[in-house]
Design a protein around this ligand. Structure first.
Ligand SMILES: *Cc1c(COP(=O)(O)O)cnc(C)c1O
Length: 362
């Protein structure tokens, strides 16, 4: 079978060292150890330490594991909101996060931007009653990214509110300041280059205090995965339920590789690859960059309109060994989405650009 290169926005190309770490994990029989054993605690501790280093986390931020990022949408709303949350909505993922709040019986306020647009941070009005501000760093459906400086500015203007950032399709790229941002989360099948099956929740003590208060007041804050239950087990590097031990192990190894390479190098390479892709799309007659405002263009999920439709192009590229994403929802046959994650290198991005340069069809 011909090996494909995956430029899909998740699941995506696996990190180059994934296979080697998987083999080591099998050799070490990670799949059979007890999640109450010393061995597991050492694995959890190692992974937490690598992520703390990678994200420059202050000491009061915990590294917690869930089933998915979607689960964390629910958990953070249950644990940090009594009455009202506020959401910036500009695509399918930020919208779903907002809808979860309503489904959980919270009063959810939102400010919306058109699909493909970001927010003018000076025109964002956060309601006084909002307890939790929910931001999406990278709207995977449209390729819009919210500048980190804008998220920090909003928090500085509202220091009394908790801020959570969905960084599922960009982490570890955004340089979030975790002395400002209270919580952020991701799942591993996007920029960490792993198969799907693990959510990672970075969350500070202020959020824990809030959830303990809600629990005391009789709010339902989750059963097996409430913030207090995850946090108390975390104190001894354990989890409330039997977790995905294998993936916690593998994530620690990949985060370790990223630390050795250096996050500044990963960010520089991401910028360089994104620049190459956007310049190519800009110059080409066939493609049109979907996000008009350069400051709001994602470095990790690049979205373009294809003049003659994207279906045949995607099929043709796939036959040539390059798998890219189709448009989201109603843009399925018009757009392409190209993931620019750390697992693909500059050479591979260049190869993709060369393929796209030739008038490829199915
Ligand atoms: C993929 C994605 C999610 C959901 O992640 P799961 O791992 O499927 O739960 C949430 N937010 C954004 C921005 C995403 O791209």
């Amino acid at each position: 079978m011909q090996r494909q290169l995956y430029f899909t926005p998740g699941p995506a190309q696996l990190y180059p060292t994934f296979e080697e770490h998987l083999k080591t994990a099998l050799h070490e029989q990670v799949g059979s150890i007890s999640h109450r054993s010393k061995k597991f605690k050492a694995i959890y501790q190692h992974t937490a330490e690598q992520l703390k280093e990678l994200f420059s986390l202050p000491n009061d931020v915990a590294v917690l594991f869930t089933g998915s990022a979607t689960e964390i949408w629910e958990r953070v709303l249950q644990n940090c909101v009594a009455e009202e949350s506020f959401h910036l909505v500009n695509g399918a993922f930020s919208k779903r996060f907002y809808e979860f709040a309503t489904e959980l019986g919270k009063r959810a306020a939102k400010q919306e931007a058109a699909f493909g647009e970001g927010f003018d941070v000076h025109a964002v009005t956060i309601p006084a009653m909002a307890e939790l501000v929910c931001l999406t760093h990278n709207e995977t459906s449209s390729g819009v990214s919210m500048p980190v400086a804008d998220m920090h500015r909003l928090k500085q203007q509202h220091p009394d509110k908790l801020f959570v950032v969905d960084m599922v399709s960009s982490a570890p790229y955004p340089a979030l300041d975790f002395s400002l941002i209270d919580s952020a989360f991701f799942s591993v099948q996007k920029a960490f280059g792993m198969p799907a099956g693990l959510g990672v929740w970075l969350v500070n003590e202020k959020c824990l205090k809030k959830s303990e208060m809600l629990k005391q007041q009789g709010f339902v804050i989750g059963t097996h995965h409430s913030l207090p239950s995850l946090w108390s087990k975390y104190q001894s590097y354990e989890t409330p339920a039997t977790p995905n031990v294998l993936f916690i192990y593998l994530l620690g190894k990949i985060a370790g590789d990223m630390n050795r390479k250096g996050l500044s190098v990963i960010r520089r390479e991401t910028d360089e690859k994104a620049k190459g892709l956007y310049e190519f799309l800009q110059e080409s007659q066939r493609y049109e960059i979907f996000v008009k405002k350069p400051a709001h263009r994602s470095a990790t999920v690049i979205v373009a309109n294809v003049a003659d439709g994207s279906t045949d192009l995607i099929q043709g590229l796939s036959t040539a060994g390059f798998v890219i994403g189709s448009g989201y929802g109603s843009y399925k046959e018009k757009h392409i989405r190209i993931a620019n994650f750390p697992a693909v290198n500059i050479d591979e991005v260049q190869q993709l650009i060369e393929k796209m340069r030739s008038p490829i069809t199915a």
